[in-house]
Design a binder for this molecule. Structure first.
Ligand code: PLP
Length: 459
């Protein structure tokens, strides 16, 4: 039962709180529930009604170490007490921000050498775009500025990063995407147009489409390609076999930079420290955020390769100090959270657990749902998984989006005590639990997923 305080909060929420990614009218009119989250422990969160849910999406695939970790809370408190803030402009630093930079580079692929800290995945990708343009200006190639992203990619929701994002919801009525951003085909094997294609053939098709676009635009105008190692918000779609090798061959041919957006995959989610290692990518820039602090404090980063760094240095030797920075870049409280978080990731063995428990979870999910006539695809990698629903399996006929099958299944799942995410485009139920998930907890998620699917789509 809601107490008076909760009723008051709910009223304030509807009247004053402008929520992100929320149906504004329905929420303000009280047609959708307000859930006030009060606490969290391990993989569970609890709301003000005392209702506990197993959060199999780790917030927004970010609470990688799980909720309620004392070590991180203590590190934040100690930093706030000792030195809550000092900026990082003109060469200033704090012990926390410098130490975290060293820890990030120690964990990053060997050819990466510097990290620029921001606050969100969106602002880190915004930094990437500026660095890419700056880089080509320094190299005397002012026309080489276009950035190719992919349909269904997710890279943020700012003006430029929302343009990189390849999901209609994030473009509609916002006058996005903006030039010079282009989108090429999503590496979405389950939705391939030619069903007889093998994964390798489909990867070749994606690489060919990319090359056609580069040639049509003029390679001298294309600066960079950005992609998540595994598509996340666009549907949790692992790359088909051979995809990254074929894409990188095209990029190298035309001297185009690669940005690996590892906001979701950085720091262990795929069972390796970075998704780039997992899929053999050699990026020039890596975007990090969520897993850097497990969302205990907002912190993101742009990791820069040594090659690119050398060009950026030439730029400031010629142009002066970098004209780019946020007040809160490398905020010491967030950096302290990051240090404690990365230490916990090591101490708890979470990268290995993402590999082993992830493999167990995905195998159990696939076997539980194997015979279901409306489950068209069960896929994933590490501790990321998705179930895609279809009206007809043999014809791969999708449901009419107005039926909102995905949201219905995630609502039914919540009733069974588990949080999964209805991905925004398509009828797809996504899972990305905290990396500390145990096999017993994985079993709970699988059982609830089966129950929710049978409730909404009885066989
Ligand atoms: N890049 C990827 C791959 C993401 O998944 C997200 C957010 O989910 C972002 C960038 C944007 O991060 P933020 O929401 O912190 O701006």
């Amino acid at each position: 039962m809601l107490d008076r305080h909760d009723n008051e909060l709910t009223a304030w929420d509807r009247d004053h709180f402008f929520h992100p990614s929320t149906h504004m009218g329905m929420h303000a009119r009280g047609e959708t529930p307000t859930r006030i989250i009060a606490g969290g422990e391990g993989v569970y969160i609890t709301d003000t009604n005392g209702r506990k849910s197993l959060d199999a999406f780790a917030g927004l695939y970010c609470v990688n170490v799980g909720y309620g970790r004392q070590k991180i809370a203590d590190a934040i408190a100690a930093q706030a007490k000792n030195l809550a803030y000092y900026h990082a402009y003109v060469g200033h630093g704090t012990e926390a921000s410098i130490t975290l930079a060293k820890m990030v580079i120690d964990r990053a692929p060997a050819h990466m050498s510097r990290v620029y800290f921001g606050l969100s995945g969106s602002d880190a990708n915004e930094t990437n775009i500026k660095l890419i343009w700056y880089y080509n200006n320094v190299l005397g190639r002012p026309e080489k500025k276009k950035i190719i992203s992919r349909w269904r990619g997710y890279h943020g929701s700012g003006v430029m990063t929302g343009s990189l994002t390849g999901l209609e919801l994030f473009h509609n009525a916002f006058d996005l995407p903006r030039a010079p951003i282009l989108h090429t085909e999503a590496p979405y094997y389950f939705r391939r147009a030619v069903r007889s294609q093998s994964e390798e053939q489909f990867s070749q098709h994606c690489a060919d489409r990319l090359e056609e676009m580069i040639l049509a635009e003029g390679p001298e105008t294309v600066a960079a390609f950005i992609g998540e190692p595994i598509l996340g918000t666009g549907g949790i779609v692992p790359p088909p076999a051979g995809y990254w090798a074929k894409i990188q061959a095209v990029l190298e041919k035309y001297d185009i930079l690669l940005v690996a957006d590892e906001v979701v995959t950085g720091f262990g989610r795929l069972g390796t420290m970075f998704g780039s290692e997992h899929y053999g990518m050699k990026p020039d820039l890596i975007t990090i955020a969520k897993g850097l602090t497990s969302a205990y404090a907002p912190l993101s980063g742009t990791i820069v390769s040594e090659n690119m760094w050398q060009v950026l240095v030439q730029g400031s030797d010629r142009l002066g100090a970098l004209g780019h920075g946020w007040t809160y870049s490398s905020h010491p409280i967030c950096a302290a959270a990051g240090i404690a978080n990365l230490e916990l990731v090591d101490e708890m063995g979470l990268v290995d657990n993402a590999a082993s428990t992830g493999a167990y979870f995905r195998a159990e999910l696939a076997s539980a749902l194997a015979g279901h006539k409306h489950v068209g695809d069960v896929r994933g990698d590490g501790l990321m998984a998705a179930v895609e629903f279809v009206e007809d399996k043999d014809d791969r006929k999708f449901f009419d989006p107005s039926k909102k099958i995905g949201p219905q299944v995630s609502a039914a799942l919540l009733e069974l005590g588990v949080i999964g995410r209805a991905m925004p485009q398509g009828d797809i139920l996504g899972f990305a639990p905290p990396l500390c998930l145990t096999r017993e907890e994985a079993d709970i998620v699988v059982k609830a997923a089966l129950g929710a699917i049978e409730t909404v789509l009885p066989t």
